[in-house]
Design a protein around this ligand. Structure first.
Ligand code: C5P
Length: 241
């Protein structure tokens, strides 16, 4: 029997780039906070067993959104952990809060609260490919635009090769103990890793790149939010017809 996987969902950012009072993960989309859409997308996969949501200390928005019924969301257990100053610190707190029956060599997923448009096929692909890899895997997409290096004056200094360059998405999938060690190590070294794979790479490990859908975008700006709302409304329309 395939063992289920738990997910750590970092949701403790204050989202300064988005520019709204309410952190983006709590913004209302079709009557529920964005975070609820993200959990729904994750829990739609039968092999996802539960989630640790990492929220800010004394996060009034988390308390106010009241997503859980008897500690569950869509029938699956959700635990809350308190976030840290950086994304990596938040993820580490989340991994430490995973239930004891998640073993040291079990794979766990880490998925941004701000990526609500994750598809089932992508989760399946990541789980299938990741389980075959010793280290684990991440969803990502090859860079398709031409890359320019800017000078201080905003002029183009150079055109960079895009060959072999990928954009890292989430979920990212690693073994519990290795991920813990990698995040602790980066923290001790004072290096701010911007995703979990970067922490693993620092230890000389080489996670697999699994090509995922561009639809799994991160909500960073109001335009991203509008795009997600549009996609949702289209889905709802097609369900009605
Ligand atoms: O800021 P960015 O969009 O890269 O954040 C990615 C995810 O990490 C978001 O879901 C955000 O809430 C989370 N995060 C966190 N703790 C931090 C910073 C970001 O949980 N200190």
């Amino acid at each position: 029997m395939i063992r289920g996987v738990w997910v750590v969902v970092p949701a403790a950012g204050r989202g300064t780039r988005f520019g709204s009072e309410t952190p983006k993960q709590y913004l209302d989309v079709a009557g529920r906070p964005l975070l609820a859409h993200t959990l729904q997308a994750l829990f739609a996969h039968p092999q996802v067993s539960g989630a640790v949501v990492v929220v800010g200390e004394n996060d009034g928005d988390w308390a106010a959104c009241d997503l859980l019924v008897d500690g569950k969301f869509d029938g699956k257990p959700v635990l809350a952990a308190v976030g840290g100053a950086t994304r990596a610190a938040s993820v580490l707190n989340g991994v430490n809060a995973l239930p004891g029956d998640v073993r040291a060599d079990d794979f766990v997923l880490v998925h941004d609260a701000a990526r609500p448009n994750l598809g089932l096929d992508d989760v399946q692909k990541l789980l299938d490919r990741g389980r075959e890899d010793m280290v684990g895997a991440i969803l990502a997409a090859p860079v398709r635009d031409t890359l320019k290096r800017a000078g201080d004056d905003g002029g183009i200094d150079a055109t960079e090769s895009r060959s072999r360059l990928w954009r890292a998405f989430t979920p990212q999938m690693f073994r519990r103990l290795q991920l813990t060690k990698a995040l602790e190590d980066a923290g001790k070294a004072g290096i701010e890793v911007t995703d979990e794979a970067m922490a693993m790479e620092r230890l000389g490990l080489r996670p697999l790149l699994v090509e995922g859908s561009e639809d799994n975008f991160k909500i960073t700006t109001p335009a991203d939010l509008a795009r997600f709302k549009f996609i949702l409304s289209q889905k709802q329309d097609s369900q009605r017809t």
